[in-house]
Design a binder for this molecule. Structure first.
Ligand code: NOJ
Length: 542
Protein backbone atom coordinates (compact mmCIF):
# COMPACT_ATOMS: atom_id res chain seq x y z
CA UNK A 1 0.00 0.00 0.00
CA UNK A 2 1.47 3.35 -0.99
CA UNK A 3 1.14 6.16 1.49
CA UNK A 4 -0.89 8.98 0.13
CA UNK A 5 0.44 12.52 0.24
CA UNK A 6 -1.03 14.88 2.79
CA UNK A 7 -1.66 18.55 2.00
CA UNK A 8 1.29 20.91 2.11
CA UNK A 9 1.80 22.45 5.53
CA UNK A 10 1.72 26.13 6.22
CA UNK A 11 5.21 27.22 7.28
CA UNK A 12 3.72 30.31 8.98
CA UNK A 13 2.44 28.16 11.82
CA UNK A 14 5.49 25.97 12.13
CA UNK A 15 7.09 25.79 15.55
CA UNK A 16 10.78 25.07 15.34
CA UNK A 17 11.59 21.59 14.18
CA UNK A 18 8.14 20.56 12.94
CA UNK A 19 5.36 21.88 10.72
CA UNK A 20 2.81 21.66 13.54
CA UNK A 21 -0.16 22.05 11.19
CA UNK A 22 -2.46 20.84 13.94
CA UNK A 23 -1.41 23.45 16.49
CA UNK A 24 -3.90 25.98 15.18
CA UNK A 25 -5.98 23.95 12.73
CA UNK A 26 -9.69 24.62 12.34
CA UNK A 27 -11.20 21.15 12.27
CA UNK A 28 -14.79 20.58 11.16
CA UNK A 29 -16.71 17.67 12.61
CA UNK A 30 -18.79 15.78 10.05
CA UNK A 31 -21.43 13.60 11.67
CA UNK A 32 -21.61 11.36 8.63
CA UNK A 33 -25.18 10.12 8.94
CA UNK A 34 -26.50 13.69 9.07
CA UNK A 35 -24.27 15.59 6.66
CA UNK A 36 -25.36 14.69 3.11
CA UNK A 37 -27.19 11.71 1.66
CA UNK A 38 -26.09 10.70 -1.86
CA UNK A 39 -28.46 7.78 -2.45
CA UNK A 40 -31.79 9.05 -1.11
CA UNK A 41 -32.12 6.50 1.72
CA UNK A 42 -32.47 9.25 4.30
CA UNK A 43 -29.06 8.60 5.88
CA UNK A 44 -25.93 10.61 5.16
CA UNK A 45 -23.02 8.74 3.59
CA UNK A 46 -19.41 9.05 2.43
CA UNK A 47 -20.17 9.94 -1.21
CA UNK A 48 -22.49 12.62 0.18
CA UNK A 49 -19.63 14.05 2.21
CA UNK A 50 -17.35 13.97 -0.83
CA UNK A 51 -19.87 15.88 -2.94
CA UNK A 52 -20.20 18.55 -0.29
CA UNK A 53 -16.47 19.03 0.31
CA UNK A 54 -16.51 22.29 -1.68
CA UNK A 55 -18.67 23.76 1.11
CA UNK A 56 -15.90 22.98 3.57
CA UNK A 57 -13.19 24.28 1.26
CA UNK A 58 -15.13 27.54 0.82
CA UNK A 59 -15.62 27.76 4.57
CA UNK A 60 -11.85 27.57 4.94
CA UNK A 61 -11.37 24.68 7.36
CA UNK A 62 -8.05 22.88 7.60
CA UNK A 63 -9.36 19.41 8.35
CA UNK A 64 -12.48 17.32 8.77
CA UNK A 65 -13.14 14.78 11.46
CA UNK A 66 -15.47 12.03 10.26
CA UNK A 67 -17.55 10.20 12.89
CA UNK A 68 -17.49 6.37 12.65
CA UNK A 69 -18.53 4.94 9.28
CA UNK A 70 -17.37 1.39 10.00
CA UNK A 71 -19.43 -1.79 9.81
CA UNK A 72 -21.79 -1.58 12.75
CA UNK A 73 -25.28 -2.59 13.86
CA UNK A 74 -25.71 1.13 14.71
CA UNK A 75 -26.81 0.56 18.29
CA UNK A 76 -24.99 3.79 19.17
CA UNK A 77 -24.71 5.73 15.93
CA UNK A 78 -21.74 3.65 14.75
CA UNK A 79 -19.79 3.84 18.04
CA UNK A 80 -20.45 0.10 18.23
CA UNK A 81 -18.02 -1.25 15.66
CA UNK A 82 -18.29 -4.80 14.31
CA UNK A 83 -15.44 -4.49 11.79
CA UNK A 84 -12.88 -1.69 12.11
CA UNK A 85 -11.56 -2.19 8.59
CA UNK A 86 -14.87 -2.23 6.71
CA UNK A 87 -17.25 0.58 5.75
CA UNK A 88 -20.88 0.01 6.74
CA UNK A 89 -23.03 -0.36 3.59
CA UNK A 90 -25.22 2.38 5.05
CA UNK A 91 -22.34 4.81 4.49
CA UNK A 92 -20.75 3.39 1.31
CA UNK A 93 -17.73 1.26 0.52
CA UNK A 94 -14.04 1.22 1.31
CA UNK A 95 -13.43 2.74 -2.12
CA UNK A 96 -15.77 5.59 -1.17
CA UNK A 97 -13.70 6.20 1.95
CA UNK A 98 -10.46 6.29 -0.02
CA UNK A 99 -11.98 8.56 -2.68
CA UNK A 100 -13.22 10.91 0.02
CA UNK A 101 -9.78 11.06 1.65
CA UNK A 102 -8.11 11.70 -1.71
CA UNK A 103 -10.59 14.37 -2.78
CA UNK A 104 -10.27 16.16 0.54
CA UNK A 105 -6.50 16.18 0.17
CA UNK A 106 -6.82 17.63 -3.33
CA UNK A 107 -8.82 20.46 -1.79
CA UNK A 108 -6.18 20.99 0.90
CA UNK A 109 -8.33 19.50 3.66
CA UNK A 110 -6.88 16.90 6.00
CA UNK A 111 -8.96 13.97 7.21
CA UNK A 112 -9.25 12.68 10.76
CA UNK A 113 -11.25 9.54 11.44
CA UNK A 114 -12.71 8.15 14.62
CA UNK A 115 -11.28 5.10 16.32
CA UNK A 116 -13.31 3.35 19.01
CA UNK A 117 -10.94 1.37 21.25
CA UNK A 118 -12.81 1.23 24.55
CA UNK A 119 -15.45 -1.20 23.31
CA UNK A 120 -16.54 -3.15 20.27
CA UNK A 121 -20.00 -4.01 19.05
CA UNK A 122 -21.59 -7.09 20.56
CA UNK A 123 -21.59 -8.27 16.92
CA UNK A 124 -17.80 -8.08 16.64
CA UNK A 125 -16.46 -11.59 15.86
CA UNK A 126 -14.34 -11.45 19.04
CA UNK A 127 -17.36 -10.93 21.27
CA UNK A 128 -19.43 -13.57 19.48
CA UNK A 129 -16.57 -16.02 20.03
CA UNK A 130 -16.21 -14.88 23.64
CA UNK A 131 -19.89 -15.57 24.31
CA UNK A 132 -19.35 -19.05 22.89
CA UNK A 133 -16.65 -19.52 25.60
CA UNK A 134 -13.79 -19.12 23.10
CA UNK A 135 -10.30 -17.93 24.09
CA UNK A 136 -11.34 -14.43 22.93
CA UNK A 137 -13.08 -14.14 26.31
CA UNK A 138 -9.95 -12.65 27.85
CA UNK A 139 -10.28 -9.67 25.48
CA UNK A 140 -13.38 -8.47 27.35
CA UNK A 141 -14.28 -8.13 31.02
CA UNK A 142 -16.32 -11.15 32.08
CA UNK A 143 -16.92 -11.63 35.81
CA UNK A 144 -19.12 -13.87 37.96
CA UNK A 145 -22.01 -12.06 39.60
CA UNK A 146 -22.46 -11.38 43.29
CA UNK A 147 -25.31 -12.70 45.43
CA UNK A 148 -26.14 -16.29 46.20
CA UNK A 149 -26.62 -17.32 42.57
CA UNK A 150 -24.51 -14.68 40.88
CA UNK A 151 -27.71 -12.75 40.24
CA UNK A 152 -26.20 -9.36 41.15
CA UNK A 153 -23.73 -7.42 38.98
CA UNK A 154 -20.03 -7.82 39.91
CA UNK A 155 -19.82 -4.22 41.14
CA UNK A 156 -21.90 -1.06 41.40
CA UNK A 157 -20.65 0.67 38.25
CA UNK A 158 -23.30 2.40 36.17
CA UNK A 159 -23.42 2.76 32.42
CA UNK A 160 -22.93 6.28 31.06
CA UNK A 161 -26.26 5.73 29.30
CA UNK A 162 -28.05 4.74 32.51
CA UNK A 163 -28.62 1.44 34.29
CA UNK A 164 -25.95 -1.03 35.43
CA UNK A 165 -22.68 -1.24 33.48
CA UNK A 166 -22.97 -5.04 33.47
CA UNK A 167 -25.17 -7.47 31.57
CA UNK A 168 -25.50 -11.13 32.45
CA UNK A 169 -24.78 -13.69 29.76
CA UNK A 170 -26.48 -16.96 29.07
CA UNK A 171 -24.28 -20.03 28.75
CA UNK A 172 -24.51 -22.16 25.60
CA UNK A 173 -26.59 -24.64 27.66
CA UNK A 174 -29.15 -21.91 28.42
CA UNK A 175 -28.27 -21.34 32.09
CA UNK A 176 -27.34 -17.87 33.40
CA UNK A 177 -23.61 -17.22 33.16
CA UNK A 178 -21.06 -14.51 33.90
CA UNK A 179 -21.63 -10.81 33.50
CA UNK A 180 -19.75 -8.59 31.02
CA UNK A 181 -18.83 -4.95 31.43
CA UNK A 182 -20.18 -2.22 29.15
CA UNK A 183 -19.64 1.36 30.23
CA UNK A 184 -22.04 2.41 27.48
CA UNK A 185 -24.89 0.36 25.95
CA UNK A 186 -25.09 -3.43 26.47
CA UNK A 187 -24.37 -3.70 22.73
CA UNK A 188 -20.94 -2.13 23.42
CA UNK A 189 -18.87 -4.59 25.52
CA UNK A 190 -15.72 -3.02 26.96
CA UNK A 191 -12.41 -4.39 25.74
CA UNK A 192 -9.81 -5.62 28.21
CA UNK A 193 -6.64 -3.68 27.47
CA UNK A 194 -4.63 -5.96 29.73
CA UNK A 195 -4.76 -8.48 26.89
CA UNK A 196 -1.88 -8.02 24.41
CA UNK A 197 -4.10 -9.20 21.54
CA UNK A 198 -6.16 -6.02 21.96
CA UNK A 199 -3.06 -3.83 21.60
CA UNK A 200 -1.91 -5.73 18.52
CA UNK A 201 -5.30 -5.49 16.87
CA UNK A 202 -5.60 -1.73 17.34
CA UNK A 203 -2.05 -1.14 16.12
CA UNK A 204 -3.08 -2.97 12.99
CA UNK A 205 -6.35 -1.01 12.66
CA UNK A 206 -4.50 2.31 12.99
CA UNK A 207 -2.03 1.24 10.32
CA UNK A 208 -4.87 0.16 8.06
CA UNK A 209 -6.32 3.67 7.98
CA UNK A 210 -2.96 5.47 8.06
CA UNK A 211 -1.98 3.47 4.98
CA UNK A 212 -5.13 4.81 3.32
CA UNK A 213 -3.99 8.35 3.95
CA UNK A 214 -5.83 9.56 7.03
CA UNK A 215 -4.13 12.41 8.86
CA UNK A 216 -5.11 11.36 12.33
CA UNK A 217 -7.55 9.79 14.74
CA UNK A 218 -10.11 11.13 17.13
CA UNK A 219 -9.86 8.59 19.92
CA UNK A 220 -13.23 7.74 21.40
CA UNK A 221 -13.33 7.40 25.20
CA UNK A 222 -9.55 7.90 25.32
CA UNK A 223 -9.83 8.09 29.10
CA UNK A 224 -11.64 4.77 29.49
CA UNK A 225 -9.55 1.91 28.21
CA UNK A 226 -7.94 1.06 31.55
CA UNK A 227 -9.97 0.15 34.62
CA UNK A 228 -8.74 0.31 38.24
CA UNK A 229 -7.28 -2.95 39.50
CA UNK A 230 -9.91 -5.08 41.20
CA UNK A 231 -12.73 -2.97 39.76
CA UNK A 232 -13.73 -1.52 43.14
CA UNK A 233 -17.24 -0.31 43.96
CA UNK A 234 -17.80 3.43 43.77
CA UNK A 235 -20.40 3.50 46.51
CA UNK A 236 -22.45 6.27 44.95
CA UNK A 237 -25.28 6.54 42.46
CA UNK A 238 -25.64 8.86 39.47
CA UNK A 239 -22.07 8.18 38.40
CA UNK A 240 -22.60 9.72 34.95
CA UNK A 241 -22.90 13.08 36.70
CA UNK A 242 -19.46 12.55 38.30
CA UNK A 243 -17.69 12.13 34.96
CA UNK A 244 -15.42 15.06 34.32
CA UNK A 245 -15.41 16.22 37.93
CA UNK A 246 -13.56 13.35 39.64
CA UNK A 247 -11.43 10.33 38.83
CA UNK A 248 -13.65 7.24 38.70
CA UNK A 249 -12.25 3.68 38.74
CA UNK A 250 -13.27 3.29 35.11
CA UNK A 251 -12.19 6.66 33.71
CA UNK A 252 -8.97 8.68 33.58
CA UNK A 253 -6.82 5.94 35.09
CA UNK A 254 -3.10 6.61 34.76
CA UNK A 255 -2.63 3.41 32.75
CA UNK A 256 -4.33 4.89 29.67
CA UNK A 257 -1.26 7.04 29.07
CA UNK A 258 0.88 3.99 28.30
CA UNK A 259 -1.47 3.18 25.42
CA UNK A 260 -1.42 6.74 24.10
CA UNK A 261 2.37 6.82 24.23
CA UNK A 262 2.55 3.63 22.17
CA UNK A 263 0.09 5.07 19.65
CA UNK A 264 2.15 8.25 19.40
CA UNK A 265 5.21 6.20 18.54
CA UNK A 266 3.21 4.45 15.85
CA UNK A 267 1.85 7.74 14.44
CA UNK A 268 5.37 9.15 14.33
CA UNK A 269 6.51 6.37 12.01
CA UNK A 270 4.30 7.94 9.31
CA UNK A 271 5.14 11.05 7.33
CA UNK A 272 3.05 14.23 7.37
CA UNK A 273 2.44 14.55 11.12
CA UNK A 274 -0.52 12.26 11.65
CA UNK A 275 -2.25 13.22 14.88
CA UNK A 276 -4.13 11.71 17.78
CA UNK A 277 -6.95 13.65 19.43
CA UNK A 278 -8.24 12.50 22.81
CA UNK A 279 -11.92 12.47 23.58
CA UNK A 280 -11.15 12.45 27.25
CA UNK A 281 -13.31 13.65 30.12
CA UNK A 282 -10.84 14.57 32.83
CA UNK A 283 -11.67 16.25 36.14
CA UNK A 284 -9.35 19.20 35.60
CA UNK A 285 -7.38 21.04 32.94
CA UNK A 286 -4.20 19.69 34.57
CA UNK A 287 -5.29 16.07 34.24
CA UNK A 288 -6.42 16.69 30.68
CA UNK A 289 -3.00 18.12 29.85
CA UNK A 290 -1.45 14.74 30.71
CA UNK A 291 -2.97 13.38 27.48
CA UNK A 292 -1.04 15.92 25.39
CA UNK A 293 2.42 15.62 26.89
CA UNK A 294 5.12 15.72 24.21
CA UNK A 295 5.26 11.92 23.85
CA UNK A 296 1.49 11.38 23.95
CA UNK A 297 -1.37 12.66 21.82
CA UNK A 298 -1.37 15.93 19.94
CA UNK A 299 -4.68 17.35 21.10
CA UNK A 300 -7.50 16.75 23.58
CA UNK A 301 -10.98 18.21 23.40
CA UNK A 302 -11.51 21.05 25.81
CA UNK A 303 -14.85 20.12 27.31
CA UNK A 304 -14.37 22.59 30.15
CA UNK A 305 -14.74 25.34 27.55
CA UNK A 306 -17.75 23.63 25.98
CA UNK A 307 -19.55 23.29 29.30
CA UNK A 308 -18.80 26.83 30.46
CA UNK A 309 -21.90 29.03 30.85
CA UNK A 310 -22.38 32.35 29.03
CA UNK A 311 -20.56 34.36 31.63
CA UNK A 312 -17.46 36.45 30.95
CA UNK A 313 -15.75 35.74 34.26
CA UNK A 314 -16.35 31.99 34.02
CA UNK A 315 -15.11 31.93 30.43
CA UNK A 316 -11.99 33.83 31.35
CA UNK A 317 -11.25 31.38 34.14
CA UNK A 318 -11.60 28.42 31.78
CA UNK A 319 -9.50 30.08 29.09
CA UNK A 320 -6.71 30.87 31.55
CA UNK A 321 -6.79 27.39 33.09
CA UNK A 322 -6.76 25.72 29.66
CA UNK A 323 -3.87 27.78 28.34
CA UNK A 324 -1.85 27.34 31.52
CA UNK A 325 -2.37 23.58 31.64
CA UNK A 326 -1.60 22.80 28.00
CA UNK A 327 1.17 25.42 28.00
CA UNK A 328 2.86 23.60 30.87
CA UNK A 329 3.37 20.58 28.59
CA UNK A 330 4.04 22.58 25.41
CA UNK A 331 0.78 21.55 23.70
CA UNK A 332 -1.75 23.81 22.01
CA UNK A 333 -5.16 24.25 23.56
CA UNK A 334 -8.26 23.25 21.64
CA UNK A 335 -11.62 24.99 21.70
CA UNK A 336 -15.01 23.49 20.99
CA UNK A 337 -18.58 24.64 21.53
CA UNK A 338 -20.70 21.81 20.14
CA UNK A 339 -20.52 18.20 19.00
CA UNK A 340 -22.84 15.27 18.34
CA UNK A 341 -23.19 14.47 22.06
CA UNK A 342 -24.36 17.78 23.50
CA UNK A 343 -27.16 20.31 23.07
CA UNK A 344 -26.12 22.76 20.36
CA UNK A 345 -24.56 25.85 21.89
CA UNK A 346 -27.07 28.23 20.32
CA UNK A 347 -29.74 26.56 22.47
CA UNK A 348 -27.50 26.19 25.52
CA UNK A 349 -26.88 29.93 25.46
CA UNK A 350 -30.37 31.09 24.49
CA UNK A 351 -32.87 28.43 25.59
CA UNK A 352 -36.08 28.81 23.60
CA UNK A 353 -35.09 32.36 22.63
CA UNK A 354 -33.37 31.46 19.35
CA UNK A 355 -32.63 35.07 18.45
CA UNK A 356 -30.71 35.58 21.69
CA UNK A 357 -29.06 32.18 21.33
CA UNK A 358 -27.94 33.01 17.81
CA UNK A 359 -26.47 36.36 18.87
CA UNK A 360 -24.48 34.61 21.58
CA UNK A 361 -23.50 31.67 19.37
CA UNK A 362 -22.11 34.03 16.72
CA UNK A 363 -20.21 35.96 19.36
CA UNK A 364 -18.88 32.77 20.95
CA UNK A 365 -17.63 31.57 17.56
CA UNK A 366 -15.59 34.75 17.11
CA UNK A 367 -14.23 34.49 20.64
CA UNK A 368 -13.18 30.88 20.10
CA UNK A 369 -11.59 31.52 16.71
CA UNK A 370 -9.52 34.37 18.15
CA UNK A 371 -8.01 32.31 20.97
CA UNK A 372 -4.60 30.66 20.64
CA UNK A 373 -4.77 27.05 19.53
CA UNK A 374 -6.91 24.77 17.43
CA UNK A 375 -10.68 24.97 17.00
CA UNK A 376 -13.29 22.29 16.42
CA UNK A 377 -16.49 23.26 14.63
CA UNK A 378 -19.54 21.01 14.63
CA UNK A 379 -21.47 20.71 11.39
CA UNK A 380 -24.35 23.15 11.18
CA UNK A 381 -22.99 25.69 13.66
CA UNK A 382 -21.83 27.69 10.65
CA UNK A 383 -25.50 27.85 9.65
CA UNK A 384 -26.63 28.92 13.13
CA UNK A 385 -28.64 25.75 13.69
CA UNK A 386 -30.43 25.42 17.03
CA UNK A 387 -31.04 22.17 18.87
CA UNK A 388 -34.23 20.41 17.76
CA UNK A 389 -35.79 20.05 21.18
CA UNK A 390 -39.21 18.70 20.22
CA UNK A 391 -38.44 15.49 18.35
CA UNK A 392 -41.22 12.96 18.84
CA UNK A 393 -40.17 9.98 20.95
CA UNK A 394 -41.07 7.65 18.08
CA UNK A 395 -38.19 8.91 15.92
CA UNK A 396 -35.49 9.00 18.59
CA UNK A 397 -32.53 6.65 18.21
CA UNK A 398 -30.10 7.64 20.95
CA UNK A 399 -29.53 4.63 23.22
CA UNK A 400 -29.27 6.90 26.25
CA UNK A 401 -32.88 7.92 25.63
CA UNK A 402 -34.03 4.32 26.00
CA UNK A 403 -31.70 3.44 28.87
CA UNK A 404 -32.83 6.34 31.03
CA UNK A 405 -36.61 5.93 30.78
CA UNK A 406 -36.76 8.70 28.24
CA UNK A 407 -35.59 11.37 30.65
CA UNK A 408 -32.35 12.06 28.91
CA UNK A 409 -32.83 11.77 25.18
CA UNK A 410 -30.65 14.75 24.48
CA UNK A 411 -28.41 13.56 21.68
CA UNK A 412 -30.81 13.21 18.75
CA UNK A 413 -31.69 16.91 18.75
CA UNK A 414 -28.16 17.93 17.74
CA UNK A 415 -27.96 15.23 15.06
CA UNK A 416 -30.80 16.36 12.79
CA UNK A 417 -29.60 16.30 9.14
CA UNK A 418 -28.27 19.54 7.66
CA UNK A 419 -30.37 21.77 5.40
CA UNK A 420 -28.49 22.61 2.22
CA UNK A 421 -31.22 24.23 0.11
CA UNK A 422 -34.51 25.99 0.87
CA UNK A 423 -36.39 23.41 -1.25
CA UNK A 424 -36.46 19.67 -1.66
CA UNK A 425 -37.81 16.78 0.42
CA UNK A 426 -35.05 17.11 3.01
CA UNK A 427 -33.82 20.62 2.20
CA UNK A 428 -31.07 19.31 -0.02
CA UNK A 429 -29.78 16.76 2.49
CA UNK A 430 -30.71 14.10 -0.09
CA UNK A 431 -33.35 13.13 -2.62
CA UNK A 432 -35.35 11.19 -0.06
CA UNK A 433 -36.37 12.09 3.45
CA UNK A 434 -34.10 12.40 6.41
CA UNK A 435 -33.65 9.92 9.25
CA UNK A 436 -34.71 12.60 11.74
CA UNK A 437 -37.30 15.22 10.77
CA UNK A 438 -35.96 18.71 10.04
CA UNK A 439 -37.93 21.73 11.29
CA UNK A 440 -39.59 23.70 8.51
CA UNK A 441 -37.88 26.93 9.52
CA UNK A 442 -34.56 25.32 8.63
CA UNK A 443 -35.11 26.14 4.95
CA UNK A 444 -34.28 29.72 5.95
CA UNK A 445 -31.08 28.45 7.56
CA UNK A 446 -29.97 26.32 4.63
CA UNK A 447 -26.49 26.86 3.25
CA UNK A 448 -27.88 28.06 -0.09
CA UNK A 449 -30.16 30.59 1.62
CA UNK A 450 -27.21 32.09 3.50
CA UNK A 451 -24.64 32.00 0.73
CA UNK A 452 -23.62 35.55 -0.23
CA UNK A 453 -25.94 37.16 2.36
CA UNK A 454 -23.64 39.61 4.11
CA UNK A 455 -24.95 39.28 7.67
CA UNK A 456 -25.65 35.54 7.54
CA UNK A 457 -23.97 33.21 9.99
CA UNK A 458 -22.37 31.27 7.13
CA UNK A 459 -20.72 34.43 5.80
CA UNK A 460 -19.63 35.39 9.33
CA UNK A 461 -17.80 32.08 9.72
CA UNK A 462 -16.25 32.38 6.26
CA UNK A 463 -15.04 35.89 6.98
CA UNK A 464 -13.65 34.92 10.37
CA UNK A 465 -11.76 31.96 8.95
CA UNK A 466 -10.37 34.12 6.15
CA UNK A 467 -9.15 36.77 8.57
CA UNK A 468 -7.73 34.07 10.83
CA UNK A 469 -5.64 32.74 7.95
CA UNK A 470 -4.50 36.17 6.81
CA UNK A 471 -3.50 37.64 10.15
CA UNK A 472 -0.13 36.36 11.34
CA UNK A 473 -1.08 37.20 14.94
CA UNK A 474 -3.92 34.67 15.02
CA UNK A 475 -3.75 30.90 15.39
CA UNK A 476 -0.93 29.52 17.51
CA UNK A 477 0.87 31.96 19.82
CA UNK A 478 0.31 34.19 22.81
CA UNK A 479 -2.51 36.45 24.03
CA UNK A 480 -2.72 39.09 26.73
CA UNK A 481 -5.82 40.27 28.59
CA UNK A 482 -6.59 43.98 28.69
CA UNK A 483 -8.17 45.37 31.84
CA UNK A 484 -11.92 45.36 31.27
CA UNK A 485 -15.25 45.98 32.95
CA UNK A 486 -17.48 43.17 34.24
CA UNK A 487 -19.15 41.27 31.44
CA UNK A 488 -16.38 42.03 28.95
CA UNK A 489 -13.57 39.84 27.67
CA UNK A 490 -10.90 41.90 25.99
CA UNK A 491 -7.55 40.58 24.82
CA UNK A 492 -4.80 41.42 22.40
CA UNK A 493 -2.53 39.37 20.22
CA UNK A 494 0.09 40.48 17.73
CA UNK A 495 -1.58 43.35 15.77
CA UNK A 496 -5.00 42.15 16.89
CA UNK A 497 -7.64 42.75 19.53
CA UNK A 498 -10.77 40.77 20.35
CA UNK A 499 -13.57 42.15 22.50
CA UNK A 500 -16.57 40.16 23.68
CA UNK A 501 -19.47 41.86 25.41
CA UNK A 502 -21.19 38.99 27.22
CA UNK A 503 -23.11 41.43 29.43
CA UNK A 504 -26.66 42.66 29.00
CA UNK A 505 -25.99 46.32 28.10
CA UNK A 506 -24.09 47.97 25.22
CA UNK A 507 -20.56 49.09 26.02
CA UNK A 508 -18.64 52.06 24.66
CA UNK A 509 -15.09 51.35 23.52
CA UNK A 510 -12.81 54.34 22.86
CA UNK A 511 -10.60 53.76 19.76
CA UNK A 512 -10.56 49.97 19.74
CA UNK A 513 -8.83 49.78 16.35
CA UNK A 514 -9.93 49.07 12.78
CA UNK A 515 -12.92 46.74 12.71
CA UNK A 516 -12.14 43.43 11.02
CA UNK A 517 -15.26 41.44 11.72
CA UNK A 518 -18.10 41.57 14.23
CA UNK A 519 -20.84 39.17 15.19
CA UNK A 520 -23.44 41.99 15.18
CA UNK A 521 -23.52 45.56 13.98
CA UNK A 522 -21.11 47.84 15.83
CA UNK A 523 -22.32 51.46 15.95
CA UNK A 524 -20.20 54.60 16.02
CA UNK A 525 -19.83 56.11 19.47
CA UNK A 526 -18.51 59.53 20.50
CA UNK A 527 -15.30 60.59 18.70
CA UNK A 528 -13.28 57.63 17.49
CA UNK A 529 -15.15 55.32 19.82
CA UNK A 530 -17.67 52.60 19.02
CA UNK A 531 -20.59 50.98 20.80
CA UNK A 532 -20.39 47.21 21.17
CA UNK A 533 -23.91 45.81 21.69
CA UNK A 534 -24.69 43.15 24.30
CA UNK A 535 -23.90 39.55 23.30
CA UNK A 536 -21.50 40.71 20.59
CA UNK A 537 -17.89 39.98 19.78
CA UNK A 538 -15.66 42.05 17.49
CA UNK A 539 -12.17 41.70 16.09
CA UNK A 540 -9.99 44.75 15.55
CA UNK A 541 -6.68 45.33 13.79
CA UNK A 542 -4.45 47.37 16.10
C1 NOJ B 1 -18.27 9.27 22.80
C2 NOJ B 1 -19.00 9.47 21.51
O1 NOJ B 1 -18.85 10.80 21.10
C3 NOJ B 1 -20.45 9.11 21.78
O2 NOJ B 1 -21.28 9.47 20.71
C4 NOJ B 1 -20.53 7.65 22.09
O3 NOJ B 1 -21.86 7.32 22.44
C5 NOJ B 1 -19.61 7.27 23.23
N1 NOJ B 1 -18.33 7.87 23.13
C6 NOJ B 1 -19.43 5.78 23.30
O4 NOJ B 1 -18.68 5.34 22.22
Amino acid sequence: MTRRPTPPTDPRTAPSGSSGWWRDAVIYQVYVRSFADSNGDGVGDLPGVRERLPHLAALGVDAVWLTPFYASPQADGGYDVADYRAVDPLFGTLDDAVELIDRAHELGIRVIVDVVPNHTSEQHPWFRAALAQGPERTRYHFRPGRGTDGELPPNDWESVFGGPAWTRTTRPDGTPGDWYLHLFAPQQPDLNWDDPAVHAEFDSVLRFWLDRGVDGFRIDVAHGMVKAAGMPDIGAREQAKMIGSQVLPFFDQDGVHTIHRAWRRLLDTYDGERIGVAEAWAPSAERLALYVRPDELHQAFNFQFLTCPWDAAAMRTVIDASLAATGSVGAPTTWVLSNHDVVRHLTRYGGDDHARGLRRARAAALLMLALPGSTYLYQGEELGLPEVSDLPDAVRQDPSFFRSDGQDGLRDGCRVPLPWTPEGPSYGFGDGGSWLPQPEEWKRLSAAAQQGVADSTLELYRKALTVRKELPGLGDGAMRWRPSADGLLDFVRDGFRCTLNAGSAPVELPSPGRLLVASAEVADGPGTGVVLPADTCAWWAI
